[in-house]
Structures are given as structure tokens and as C-alpha cells.
Ligand binder design. Structure first.
Ligand code: SAM
Length: 226
């Protein structure tokens, strides 16, 4: 490794990481079936992907008749998503932070979000904004790295580009705290799963052997009441 580890804020980190970012982490085999089971798009369905990254979830909801917005803070990640996704849905791209959503109330039928919660500091504001942009009856589908996995592997996000190692500080949120914040925002939890790393996952990804039995992700679906 050349040089010292360099700490970065998320925007600079993901811009730098975007060129080599691999969105096929082993845990994605756990959240993608959940997303597909819960998202149930329909003709005219308006979907917001918060922190869309290189478009992993967008590729799954990219269906004719849907109207999809990919939002991310990092221009580099958005450019990779745009370059790799062949649109079947109507797709718009927005570079913005989830600290302040640039959307009108009730704009979406679905809000989907994969693996960004460790970058969210203010859960209350985050889930209130999600509740605001959902129409009544609309649904949130979210995955997050499980806090036990964050403790096992370290909450700091690490990556290497051209021999230089970078760190982005991650926040650990307890599952109970997340669930309380979701409910406090007026969202009714329909499903909350904490899938563990099992033998089947290790058979496919032996490098995860040391993580056997640890909850890998928190998967949550909730709908807006009223
Ligand atoms: C671990 S990646 C996950 C990407 C994608 N959702 C997935 O599951 O593959 C985290 C993403 O969150 C984005 N992000 C971090 N902070 C953000 C913020 N304040 N607002 C919007 N996006 C942010 C990053 O740019 C990055 O694309």
C-alpha cells in the first residue's frame, strides 16, 4: 500500500471509489430478493432510489411503465449508473443529499434504498423526509448493514484506489433505534428481517467464513399510513 490511509467525507470518497466500485457484495444476494418481493411496481409507479450508487437497485426496478428517480450525492456514482443502465423505465437522475430531499410531498409510490444508512447521521430527519415524499399508502423498502456486522468488521468503510487506502467514517444505528425512527415518522413496519451469514452464503463466498452466524443486513419494509 502506498502512503497513509486517507480519511474522506462521503461525497469525495464515492467520487474517487466510483471508477472501481463493485456493487456485487455477497450481502446483495440477501437484499435483492427482499427488494423484488416488496417493491411490486405497477404501471405509473413512481420510485425513488435514495443513494442509488452505481444503480444496483435501479437495474431491478427498471421496468416499462415505471417512473424512476436515482438520487445520489456522488456525481461519479451517478455517472457509472447512467453509463451502465439501459433505460426501460422513465429514468431521471438527481445529484443531491438525503440531508435535504429536493422533492415535493407525496411525489413517490415507493422509496427504495440500499446500504446507505451508515452514512445517515440524523435518522429522525431521514425517515421524516421519506414519509413526506411518499404518498399515503406508499412504501419504503430499505436495506442496511446490520449493526452486529458493522461491529465485527468495523463501522468505517474502507476501499483502495490505485494503491491508496481511503476511509469513510460510518455510523452504527441499532435495529431498535431504526425501527423506532421509522414508526415515529408515521410509517408502519410490514416486514423487518435480520438475515444471518449462513452455510449457503459461505459456500458461494468462502471469504466470508469468519462471519458465519452474524446478522449481515437489516431489511425493512414499511408503508405510509393515512
Ligand atoms: C454503499 S453505497 C450503496 C449504493 C447502492 N445503494 C447499492 O446498494 O449498491 C452508498 C451510497 O450512498 C451515497 N451517499 C452517501 N452519502 C449520501 C448523501 N448524504 N446523500 C445521498 N447519497 C449519499 C454514496 O454516494 C453511495 O453511492
Amino acid at each position: 500500500m502506498d502512503g497513509d490511509v486517507m480519511p474522506l467525507l462521503p461525497q469525495a470518497a464515492y467520487d474517487r471509489w466510483s471508477g472501481v466500485y463493485d456493487d456485487a457484495d455477497p450481502s446483495t444476494s440477501l437484499d435483492e430478493p427482499f427488494l423484488l418481493a416488496m417493491v411490486t411496481p405497477f404501471t405509473g409507479c413512481r420510485i425513488l432510489d435514495l443513494g442509488c450508487g452505481t444503480g444496483r437497485y435501479l437495474r431491478l426496478v427498471n421496468q416499462p411503465g415505471a417512473s424512476v428517480v436515482g438520487m445520489d450525492l456522488s456525481q461519479g456514482m451517478l455517472v457509472r449508473a447512467m453509463q451502465t443502465l439501459v433505460p426501460k423505465a422513465s429514468i431521471a437522475w438527481v445529484q443531491a443529499s438525503f440531508e435535504r430531499f429536493p422533492f415535493a410531498d407525496g411525489s413517490f409510490d415507493r422509496v427504495i434504498s440500499g446500504l446507505i444508512l451508515d452514512h445517515v447521521h440524523d435518522l429522525r430527519s431521514f425517515f421524516h423526509q421519506i414519509a413526506a415524499v411518499l404518498r399515503p399508502g406508499g412504501r419504503l423498502i430499505l436495506s442496511a448493514v446490520h449493526p452486529m456486522m458493522q461491529r465485527l468488521t468495523g463501522a468505517t468503510v474502507r476501499f483502495v484506489v490505485q494503491g491508496q487506502e481511503y476511509h469513510v467514517q460510518g455510523t452504527v444505528h441499532e435495529v431498535e433505534t431504526i425501527a423506532e425512527s421509522v414508526q415515529e415518522a408515521g410509517l408502519d413496519i410490514e416486514n423487518l428481517l435480520e438475515p444471518e451469514v449462513d452455510q449457503e452464503l459461505i459456500a458461494r463466498y468462502p471469504v466470508w467464513r469468519a462471519r458465519l452466524g452474524c446478522p449481515a443486513l437489516m431489511l425493512l419494509a414499511a408503508h405510509k399510513t393515512g
